[in-house]
Write a protein that binds this ligand. Structure first.
Ligand SMILES: [Zn+2]
Length: 107
């Protein structure tokens, strides 16, 4: 199973999706990479039908706001299997990382 890479502060235990020199919350420099399971809940989503040039041909696709169980809110691409519909509070799981960001899918 894929794991979702994030960055944790050893002092205040806050999480971030991006590597930073200092913690966004407490200013500590004790930042380390952590692998999260990447399970979460769908908070919000939209369907992109008119994408930017770089994503043309991939439409329609879902962009979602997801609350990870491990305590991080992220924006990600969401894969919705054929014949299903996404709904708020649906469980989702991390699937893969792409150059443009993470991909999650409905559980
Ligand atoms: Zn901190």
């Amino acid at each position: 199973m894929a794991s979702f890479e994030a960055f944790a502060c050893d002092d205040c235990h806050s999480l971030s999706t991006r590597p930073q020199r200092r913690c966004w919350r407490c200013g500590s420099s004790a930042i380390r990479s952590v692998n999260l399971i990447g399970r979460g809940t769908l908070v919000s989503f939209t369907i992109i039908r008119v994408p930017p040039t770089v994503f043309q041909g991939q439409e329609p696709y879902h962009i979602a706001v997801i609350d990870l169980d491990e305590g991080l809110r992220i924006t990600a691409r969401l894969v919705v299997p054929e014949g299903r519909e996404a709904a708020i509070d649906d469980p989702v799981i991390f699937d893969a990382m792409r150059p443009y960001g993470p991909i999650f899918r409905l559980v």
